[in-house]
Design a protein around this ligand. Structure first.
Ligand SMILES: Cc1cc2nc3c(=O)[nH]c(=O)nc-3n(C[C@H](O)[C@H](O)[C@H](O)COP(=O)(O)OP(=O)(O)OC[C@H]3O[C@@H](n4cnc5c(N)ncnc54)[C@H](O)[C@@H]3O)c2cc1C
Length: 503
């Protein structure tokens, strides 16, 4: 926070050293690392990735303790569908997708396929298997659940007038059919009501999905984005059910490490880019490394940090781009890692799962970091708790994150978890809280196809290229990776190298 705000508050000093690089990539999250991965893969070695934090990964970073590794943010990747060719290529390179990356139903390394049970939901004092509650529902509600599922299956296959799937992942490959894009102007809640879906458990599921993936209440989420969540994922595996996710103890941290390994020593952490300026032959970037300011001279620059930071760093940026970069708002998030000395007592119902969701709670629930570990004996574990601050405005959420002491968050989290695990307080040996004030751009109604997001995604400049999931309007691994690779391709094209996107 201090480093980021230092950039915002423009406390700058003149550089004391200069370094040269071919392409400078700002941001060591998934998009920046993916840009580096793509450049390295195509033999363009003269690049540097600068990450403000002390570790790479951004929202996908993980942590480690003697008990287990654990996530701090992103924690799963759905099985990649046919459009997610880049995800498949990466997974094949990491040895997790085995055999032909284009196979309709590839085989995956079992260690990364989420072990069953994958999820359960805690409702009215009982754990139920799966995510959609089914206990004690009347026939009408059950019928609506089935209708909704059938409708989503239909939308998964549906193509627009241009022949593209209506909801593809990455989203840039979706149909541009105006009839479907018009859904962006509606809220997801309104879409459900307009389509006769009134069942409380369905509304809960839709709201949960938006809070979980977008950090937004479903009444404030674009219907296009809400439907995208349910209809875009069409991956299959030869050795797992299609709704299985890929995960590891550190969530998506293993993907960060895989990408960072390719980038290698070209990645520098603890380096915040505070100012960029175009020159006649390239771009210069002033970078705060500890208390020193270092000037990087580069031929090209990829901005793979959040869009809202760019106007602070690039005073000369074109006005239209500035407006687009500042247009969206960001969802604030709270995550916490709770170290437990042993497994807590269980209330009744379904057994512990990887993802343990709360039906009626401020938090979304928790993921068990040790779920994928194949140890015969494991005393302790780590629960990763998630909460999007979607019940207040983003500005209010940020204020709460800033002003509420850790102890108050810890107490709230324990009170929530205690409902399902009565002895949890006694077992917690450590509770770390992570405040993420600008976690992800919110796909509120109108945000995806109102022109501003497209302006970011289609920005063309001879030397400065944009990456980051913000260009998609919502944040997912697939979106960040795609945007990073597209920026890297533009860099390669500038230097006369063309790299085909795998298809
Ligand atoms: C709590 C949470 C849970 C999530 N769960 C999932 C999940 O399960 N699956 C999934 O697919 N996605 C999930 N996501 C979305 C996640 O954001 C994306 O998967 C992905 O990590 C986004 O990558 P990015 O590169 O676009 O952005 P970021 O992660 O925002 O990366 C940008 C990087 O730029 C750095 N930076 C910023 N300013 C500067 C500067 N001036 N100089 C240098 N560096 C700078 C930042 O420190 C950061 O590391 C989750 C997000 C959150 C917050």
């Amino acid at each position: 926070m201090a480093r980021g705000h230092r950039l915002r508050d423009a406390v700058l000093q003149p550089p004391t050293a200069t370094r040269q690089t071919g392409a400078l990539i700002v941001g060591g999250g998934i998009s920046g690392l993916s840009a580096g991965w793509w450049l390295a893969r195509h033999g363009y070695d003269d690049f540097t990735v600068l990450e403000m934090d002390d570790v790479p990964g951004g929202n996908s970073r993980g942590g480690q303790s003697p008990t287990t590794a654990y996530p701090w943010g992103a924690h799963y990747l759905p099985l990649p569908g046919p459009e997610a060719v880049l995800v498949r290529e990466l997974l094949a390179e990491l040895g997790v997708l085995q055999g032909n990356p284009s196979a309709p139903r590839p085989t995956y390394d079992e260690r990364y396929l989420c072990a069953t049970p994958q999820e359960r939901v805690y409702r009215d004092g009982l754990w139920e298997e799966g995510l959609l509650p089914h206990r004690g529902l009347n026939a009408g509600e059950r019928a609506q659940q089935q209708d909704f599922q059938a409708r989503m299956d239909e939308l998964k296959r549906l193509r627009g007038r241009d022949g593209r799937r209506v909801f593809a992942l990455p989203m840039a490959l979706s149909s541009a059919d105006a009839e479907w894009r018009a859904l962006d102007r509606l809220s997801f809640r309104q879409w459900l009501l307009d389509n006769g879906f009134t069942a409380p458990t369905l509304h809960w599921l839709a709201n949960y999905a938006c809070r979980d993936d977008y950090g937004c209440d479903y009444a404030q989420t674009s219907a296009w984005a809400g439907l995208h969540y349910f209809a875009c994922r069409n991956g299959e595996a030869g050795n797992a059910a299609s709704d299985t996710v890929l995960t590891a103890a550190d969530g998506n941290g293993w993907l960060v490490h895989g990408l960072a390994k390719v980038v290698g020593e070209r990645l520098a952490c603890g380096a915040a880019v505070v100012r960029i300026e175009e020159g006649t032959a390239g771009v210069s970037a002033d970078v705060l490394i500890g208390e020193r300011m270092v000037r990087y001279q580069a031929r090209q620059l990829i901005w793979a940090a959040p869009a809202f930071v760019l106007p602070h760093a690039w005073p000369e940026m074109p006005g239209e781009l500035k407006a687009a970069a500042s247009a969206g708002d960001y969802a604030p998030w709270l995550t916490a890692n709770l170290h437990l000395s042993s497994w807590p007592e269980e209330r009744y119902g379904a057994p512990p799962a990887w993802d343990n969701v709360f039906y009626d709670s401020p938090g979304l629930g928790y993921v068990t970091a040790s779920h994928q570990l194949m140890r015969r004996h494991q005393d302790g574990t780590v629960f990763t708790y998630y909460r999007a601050l979607n019940d207040v405005t983003p500005a209010e959420g940020r204020r709460l994150l800033l002003e509420t002491p850790r102890e108050a968050w810890a107490e709230g989290i324990l009170a929530e978890l205690e409902r399902a695990h009565p002895d949890i307080r006694r077992l917690v040996t450590r509770l770390d809280v992570f405040r993420n004030a600008h976690a992800m751009r919110r796909p509120v109604p109108g945000a995806l196809f109102d022109g501003q997001r497209e302006r970011l995604a289609n920005f063309r400049h001879p030397r400065i290229f944009l990456a980051h999931a913000d260009l998609s309007g919502f944040s997912l691994f697939e979106e960040a990776q795609y945007r990073g690779v597209v920026a890297a391709r533009r860099v390669l094209a500038q230097v006369g190298r063309t790299a085909q996107m795998p298809s």
